[in-house]
Ligand binder design. Structure first.
Ligand SMILES: CC(C)(COP(=O)(O)OP(=O)(O)OC[C@H]1O[C@@H](n2cnc3c(N)ncnc32)[C@H](O)[C@@H]1OP(=O)(O)O)[C@@H](O)C(=O)NCCC(=O)NCCS
Length: 191
């Protein structure tokens, strides 16, 4: 069957998703998505400042063709990776975009010297919690009143020993599951 006009123009959900480093040219799309997703969105100035801190941070965008469909960032300090943000465009959810981003954020974190990884999710955010549990993140408890906008508690999650073969294998299994290329930083250690 011949493709329809929308498909021929590369619209809709066609085309592969790729994850690339976030740069200034992505910030229009990233800040628009940020405003759509978060009650207290980061500004363009915040993202610009974050992108300058390459020594301990990594930001990635997921693109379908030229369209930014998601983004994420990680901060590494004292051997701990802190996943700061992951957001996917509402029309692109449940297609593995966040999985691709988390795989790449964890790989970048290992390259920056991370041994363990942690993050917070809103107590009510069962979808994000499920996403991270797939990678092996476990709950270490809830910090009440963590989010200032509405006082919701944060579930603190940890994934220990990223370079251990069993941990790396689990991350790579998530990459395989969504058809994402295995990052070298993790593949080298996995069995
Ligand atoms: C949470 C979020 C990032 C997930 O993005 P996504 O691209 O839809 O996630 P994926 O498609 O990679 O999901 C991978 C797995 O996580 C789980 N999952 C993801 N979203 C889920 C949901 N809403 N409900 C239940 N499980 C979910 C599922 O196990 C899913 O696998 P499956 O679709 O094969 O069942 C996205 O919903 C989002 O941007 N939400 C708003 C921002 C946010 O909450 N960010 C997380 C805080 S750091």
């Amino acid at each position: 069957m011949r493709p329809g006009r929308r498909e021929a123009a590369g619209g809709g959900h066609r085309g592969a998703v790729r994850v690339v480093p976030m740069t200034l040219r992505h910030l229009d799309a990233v800040t628009a998505l940020e405003r759509a997703v978060y009650p207290r969105p980061w500004t363009r100035a915040t993202f610009r400042a974050e992108l300058d801190k390459t020594e301990d941070r990594a930001y990635r965008v997921a693109r379908r063709g030229r369209r930014v469909v998601g983004y994420g960032g990680v901060l590494v300090g004292a051997g701990e990776a802190h996943i700061l943000t992951v957001a996917v465009h509402p029309t692109e959810r449940r297609g593995g975009v966040a999985t691709r981003l988390v795989v790449e954020l964890l790989a970048a974190a290992v390259e920056l010297g991370a041994v363990d990884a942690t993050l917070e999710v809103r107590e009510s955010n069962a979808g994000a919690e499920a996403l991270y549990r797939r990678f092996g993140f476990d709950s270490a408890g809830v910090r009440p009143g963590y989010y200032e906008d509405d006082g919701e508690g944060a579930r603190i999650m940890w994934l220990h020993d990223l370079a251990a073969p069993a941990t790396a294998a689990r991350i790579l299994a998530e990459a395989d599951r969504v058809g994402h290329p295995r990052p070298r930083a993790l593949a080298a250690d996995a069995t």
